[in-house]
Write a protein that binds this ligand. Sequence first.
Ligand SMILES: NC(=O)C1=CN([C@@H]2O[C@H](COP(=O)(O)OP(=O)(O)OC[C@H]3O[C@@H](n4cnc5c(N)ncnc54)[C@H](OP(=O)(O)O)[C@@H]3O)[C@@H](O)[C@H]2O)C=CC1
Ligand SMILES: Cc1cn([C@H]2C[C@H](O)[C@@H](COP(=O)(O)OP(=O)(O)O[C@H]3O[C@@H](C)C(=O)[C@@H](O)[C@H]3O)O2)c(=O)[nH]c1=O
Length: 303
Amino acid sequence: MKVLITGSNGLLGQYLIQRLCSLPGYEVIATGRGQNRLKRQEGYRYESVNLADEAAVKGLIDRHRPDAIVHAGAMTQADDCERNKDACWMANVTATRFLLQGAEKAGSFFLFLSTDFVFDGLGGPYREDDPINPINYYGASKAAAERLVKQSKTEWAIARTVLVYGMADDPKRTNIITWVKSNLEQKKKLKVVVDQWRTPTLVQDLAEGCRLILDKRAQGVFHLAGKDMLTPYDMAMQVALHLNLDTRLFEKVDATSFKQPAVRPAKTGFIIEKAEKELGYAPRTFEEGLKVILGSASAPQSE
Ligand SMILES: NC(=O)C1=CN([C@@H]2O[C@H](COP(=O)(O)OP(=O)(O)OC[C@H]3O[C@@H](n4cnc5c(N)ncnc54)[C@H](OP(=O)(O)O)[C@@H]3O)[C@@H](O)[C@H]2O)C=CC1
Ligand SMILES: Cc1cn([C@H]2C[C@H](O)[C@@H](COP(=O)(O)OP(=O)(O)O[C@H]3O[C@@H](C)C(=O)[C@@H](O)[C@H]3O)O2)c(=O)[nH]c1=O
């Protein structure tokens, strides 16, 4: 199966490339913005494409005519999206439309990566068919892109996920592991939220969930997240204890005193029964996830 992966320099993209390249029967075309920033560059082809450029996206899909497209590329910093709404819409909605046009023409199966931020956080944990109601611009842009996917004429799946953690080559965004580790190692104090709840997702588990969807060509919406419902404070404590770092540097704060431009939903988290049953998705606990990534020097690690 020839698979085109967007967002290949990002956290998920890196692990998905590695996972698919490790399997027989997959041919991977990776696309990202600018240079390929991954350490491992063999075993797949890379093309630099700005997804907001319609002609470039069309050319990419016409050249490769992939069997499947995994659209992981997105503007993912919720605060940047709130400050720069036009750029967010272009990257998250318009680019998805360009890719869908190409997918329809090429007959490609389309797997779109979406987020718990399509929900308002008043009723988590959520199932796939719960009503969405985004409360920040990033969430609204992903919800709009989901609508485009659902209306498209090609076969599609939407994989929603939650607070993805892991180690990446040359990352542009942080995640709970990297910001806790780097701050505490530098003996910096860190404010950590105690009144938000998430089911954090190990990037390797998410990549495997995507692989299962591709293998089965499973259509519809799937919630791919971790098993545990935790606050950022719970997660930060586990990371610090795992690394033997000083937990006295944490200051517990509530979400109202932790000022961020994009308001975050209070309690999200996913019920993953559908993915477990229909896909055989079997994610690890947060504790197991920490062992997978912190037992290692840098990513992507093979497993
Ligand atoms: N990380 C998380 O906690 C969660 C992620 N998701 C979703 O999962 C998907 C993957 O997330 P993740 O890998 O963590 O995100 P990353 O931010 O790590 O990766 C996204 C990638 O998209 C690329 N990108 C952005 N705009 C463009 C553009 N115009 N043209 C080409 N490439 C572009 C970025 O490029 P560059 O590196 O150059 O900036 C980046 O490499 C996203 O769709 C995200 O919305 C959902 C829930 C949680
Ligand atoms: C940076 C920071 C975050 N937090 C909390 C707020 C938040 O609940 C959690 C994660 O914060 P971040 O800013 O890393 O991520 P945030 O933008 O909240 O996370 C989101 O990313 C996008 C892409 C998604 O789609 C979501 O699923 C979600 O995981 O940690 C702190 O408590 N202290 C801090 O210093």
